[in-house]
Design a protein around this ligand. Structure first.
Ligand code: SF4
Length: 239
């Protein structure tokens, strides 16, 4: 999977896990109806990852078939490309995003920022998940990607503990992040072994504690809870 065979006979294909519509759970787009195009494969292994089912498998679809599958979920016009790490398939994904923008879709991409982002069309809202130390993947964000971020884009930090919070705060200050992007999001990490109930007890870091830290510092950031995990039971996939 994810070899050089994604373009066969001039037909560009992507490896997919699923396409579905749901409520957008994160970012300043939270709460809006959204179509999720979840691509297969990830080159990171975050300790709190809730998408391990994307690491292998998947099926191949031509770009036109992806567009048709998205069109079948009309009238929703907000589409997020996610994964896994969607930018592992940049050669196929970037032209697909350009076509869908031309068709009038509003596009988002959720990415770790480990792959270059300069080629992502400027109209696509990039939600960049800069990894904190507690993820086990700290230091993977490609710092030159900051030059590709604008007020259309958002940076997210998944925070597990005080060390992660301090990392996020220092990163924000060092790179004047609040002035550079549309929003900085702090999201409490979700427990791997979560309760079946919809509860903040499933967060590794109590959101209340995170908010207290943000208030103490007057941090120019937003608390971001994964809204879909409170609308549906946490273990439900494809919602
Ligand atoms: S980058 Fe995303 S999909 Fe990949 S391991 Fe981390 S949380 Fe999971």
């Amino acid at each position: 999977m994810l070899n050089n065979d994604v373009c066969l006979w001039g037909i560009c294909c992507v490896y997919l896990i699923e396409i579905y519509k749901s409520v957008q759970g994160e970012s300043s787009f939270a709460g809006r109806p959204c179509i999720f195009v979840r691509l297969a494969g990830c080159n990171l292994r975050c300790s709190w990852c809730d998408s391990e089912y994307t690491f292998s498998g998947g099926y191949k679809l031509a770009a036109e078939e992806v567009q048709a599958a998205v069109a079948a979920l009309a009238p929703v016009r907000l589409v997020e490309f996610t994964g896994g790490e969607p930018m592992l398939q940049a050669a196929e994904l970037v032209p697909l995003m350009a076509k869908m923008l031309a068709d009038g879709y509003e596009l988002m991409i959720e990415t770790s920022g480990e792959r270059p982002l300069a080629d992502v069309p400027a109209q696509v809202h990039k939600i960049v998940d800069v990894k904190c130390p507690g993820s086990g993947e700290g230091g993977t964000f490609r710092i030159e990607n900051l030059a590709a971020l604008t007020k259309r884009d958002e940076v997210k930090f998944v925070v597990r503990d005080r060390a992660d919070y301090d990392f996020a705060k220092a990163f924000m200050a060092e790179h004047s992040l609040a002035a550079k992007v549309g929003a900085v999001l702090l999201s409490p990490a979700w427990k791997k072994a979560s309760l079946p109930q919809r509860s903040t007890e499933n967060c590794e870091l109590d959101p209340k504690t995170l908010v207290e830290w943000m208030l103490q510092d007057g941090l120019d950031a937003r608390l971001s809870l994964q809204m879909h995990k409170y609308v549906w039971e946490p273990q439900v996939k494809g919602v």
